[in-house]
Design a protein around this ligand. Sequence first.
Ligand code: AP5
Ligand code: MG
Length: 226
Amino acid sequence: MRIVLVGPPGAGKGTQAALLAKTLSIPHVSTGDLFRANISQGTELGLAAKSIMESGKLVPDEVTIGMAKDRLAQPDAAGGFLLDGFPRNVAQAAALDEILAEWGIELDGVLDLEVPEDEVVRRIAGRRVCRNDNAHIFHVEYHPPVAEGVCDECGGQLYQRADDAEDKVRVRLEVYHTETEPIIEYYQKQDLVTTISALGTVDEVTRRAIEALRKNETQRKNDDEG
Ligand code: AP5
Ligand code: MG
């Protein structure tokens, strides 16, 4: 399956993507995590992205699209992928369509996670992520680690992302509404979007997501046959 996850900052994309990727046996590709890995490794790309990410704005398309294309070209993504945080504007969505067309493949679905803004703010305020692997995500209240400040998965140190400060979250939400939300309409025109509520426990949301993806897969098969 080739899936795009969309939703506001703090919706739970990273949390769900990690679980869905395991269930569906496809890699979780997060452009945010790729940027953060580049920042901790001190690469040129990381240096270019760092201050922009910390401001809450989007890294320029030419940098982001190239990085996403390189990642999707890796052998483990040949059988499918779960994209988290990419595409993030209509230009990136159009570029992704072009890349996939060049490779003779297409998206199977776009899963839109819907969460009210006050819940998003609560989720981001309590989030802690692992320094070793940004994909290990915790929450001080909703999903606390066994030992405070220590990652359950790998023992790494937990930290609060610089862009999770309240003023940066406001910028990110604004950017989401103006730049990212229009991709939902873009994909609706291709009949790819399923919207689910991302409220409730992590497990409840995962169940809802799997059900939506399976339903979408069956429908696409029926459409192809019919
Ligand atoms: P990115 O890393 O993609 O951040 P984001 O989209 O703002 O989303 P978040 O990672 O903040 O939230 P999430 O939805 O993954 O939620 P999570 O699962 O952690 O991007 C960061 C920056 O990188 C961008 O601002 C930009 O600068 C740059 N960038 C990235 N991609 C780019 C692109 N394509 N183009 C240009 N620039 C790009 O969950 C949040 C919290 O809630 C956690 O604490 C979690 O434990 C908790 N939680 C999750 N689910 C539940 C639940 N059901 N109940 C209770 N708590 C829950
Ligand atoms: Mg994330």
